[in-house]
Design a protein around this ligand. Sequence first.
Ligand code: GLY
Ligand code: MN
Ligand code: MN
Length: 247
Amino acid sequence: NWNNWLRTNFSAITLQDVFPQLAAMRQVKSASEMVILGRSIDLSADAHIEAMKMIRPGLYEYEVAARMVYVHQRGGAEREGYAPIVGTGFNSTLLHYNGVRAQIKDGDLVLMDVACEFSGYSADITRTVPANGKFTPRQREIYEIVLAASDAAIAAIKPGVMSGGNAPGSLLKIATDVINSRGKDKDGNPLGKYFIHGLGHPIGLNVHDPGVPGRALESGMVITIEPGIYIPDENIGVRIEDDILVT
Ligand code: GLY
Ligand code: MN
Ligand code: MN
């Protein structure tokens, strides 16, 4: 409407969409943006630690989510970066589960994808923990594979590297290769088919911040690394998501 109004009333002007330029600028953070985003990330990490301390069978997902929101608000966050995801048992396998109504059972995994927005900048953190404090051997096996995928991708981060795509050396390829080379499902198949989303994305003013498609990593970018394995048949969903400043 604004563009139409301009065109109608000011026929001599030319309009140009500057979204690509803005997206390119948003991808590389200034020093002050890094300070604010760092605060948002630290506060979100504080909430995860509080959640880990409280989790036990019998609690409801919303009780864990509420404690995390409380920590964010107490620390000065103005809102959540996105609707909190706290999924127990089977719910850990649902990608954008926002139900937060279920009761946590003994033996469940609890997946928490929860982070705040601080001074306009959103963090994005996921942790997956055993409700009773101890993984089953199978839960631990899957967790260790996801962690190894995350560690391998993070170790490869440096300017010039591609985050997405399947070219050799891309972070996605590195993480997927780890997941496919370790462990099997009940039918003996590799686990890559249970990694059902991208490896990560830029964060900043939005939790999914815009970027220039196909642009290699540069110093000053902040991205998530978030491999996951979701096996509904086994009630096992594991994601580990960290926020990384490229240097
Ligand atoms: N919390 C949304 C995401 O991880 O992309
Ligand atoms: Mn997330
Ligand atoms: Mn994310």
